[in-house]
Design a protein around this ligand. Structure first.
Ligand SMILES: *Cc1c(COP(=O)(O)O)cnc(C)c1O
Length: 297
């Protein structure tokens, strides 16, 4: 049986006076619509890892994440859908939250490990599942050559060409996939990568390691809003305005920062009249309700 991930991800135009005044055409690729709770890019990142697991006749996916990890959630749901057992090593002490609840509901077995042990992922895998020939190691966040290949397919789905493509980056694997997709199609589209972590320069090194063919892209490291999972009032008010104006939900960890960067660069007249700009909506909405307090403050 092959792994058929049923990708449904249309492109929608976003209308706004800001864009009209500058003669810009802004669109978003709705990877958030691929699955109601799974980040679209996590689905794409898993596709070829699942293929590989199947090929090697593995029956048990073993992976790693924090207690709010979109990747754990995606692995749990994908394992259930495609008939694998799943184990997630969770960093930190035993907790319960909505993400872990949904992981468990999909049948994922969770093992909580202290931060020290968590660092040595291969060691944990060997210790717990070294004898289990059916266990398949998937790195934290799914970052891998397979993930890059899965994400590169996004570019082949696009209905037209764009001058600019924007995407948020945590590990940089999704961005590397999009950049590879652009290279494979010989497009002169510029990929703009928005690291959501502080000191995001290292994302550039990660991307360069993951690219099979070196390629140019733009890294914008000044939109982290204090670091991973951190927000600022201007980010929250931007998100409120964006959702109310467009009817498209975004969240503060990834897509909010990416769209903020795009709008900020538009305001600063970074783009040329007539430019077509595509923002990848990578999803990640599951954690939004857990962040309600940030919107009330
Ligand atoms: C994980 C995630 C990203 C970042 O993907 P990387 O490949 O790790 O850079 C972006 N957006 C959302 C919603 C995510 O869940």
């Amino acid at each position: 049986m092959t792994i058929d991930l049923e990708i449904f991800s249309p492109v929608h135009q976003i209308k706004n006076k800001l864009f009209d005044e500058r003669d810009l055409f802004v669109y978003t690729k709705r990877d958030d619509l691929i699955h109601p709770i799974i980040s679209g890019n996590k689905w794409r990142k898993l596709k070829y890892l699942l293929h590989e697991a199947r090929l090697q006749q593995k029956k048990h996916l073993v992976t790693f994440g924090g207690a709010f990890s979109n990747h754990l959630l995606a692995t749990a749901a994908a394992a259930a859908k495609f008939g694998f057992k799943a184990t997630g090593f969770v960093r930190g002490e035993d907790v319960d939250n909505d993400t872990l609840f949904i992981c468990r509901l999909h049948g994922m077995n969770l093992i909580f490990v202290d931060r020290e042990s968590y660092r040595d992922k291969q060691g944990l895998f060997n210790r717990y599942f070294g004898d289990d020939e059916q266990a398949y190691f998937i790195n934290e966040g799914g970052a891998s050559a397979e993930a890059v290949r899965g994400c590169s397919e996004l570019v082949a789905e696009l209905p037209q060409t764009y001058n600019h493509i924007f995407c948020a980056a945590g590990t940089g694997a999704t961005a590397a996939g999009i950049i590879s997709g652009i290279t494979q199609k010989h497009l002169d589209t510029v990929c703009h990568v928005i690291p959501v972590l502080k000191n995001g320069g290292f994302i550039g090194d990660e991307i360069n390691k993951l690219l099979l063919t070196p390629a140019a892209y733009q890294l914008h490291t000044e939109y982290h809003f204090g670091g991973y999972g951190k927000t600022k009032p201007e980010l929250i008010s931007f998100i409120k305005q964006f959702v109310a104006d467009t009817g498209i939900l975004i969240e503060p960890v990834y897509t909010g920062k990416m769209f903020y960067a795009l709008y900020d660069l538009v305001t600063k007249n970074y783009f040329k009249p007539g430019d077509k700009i595509l923002a990848i909506h990578t999803g990640g909405l599951f954690g939004l309700l857990g962040m309600k307090d940030k919107f009330l403050a």
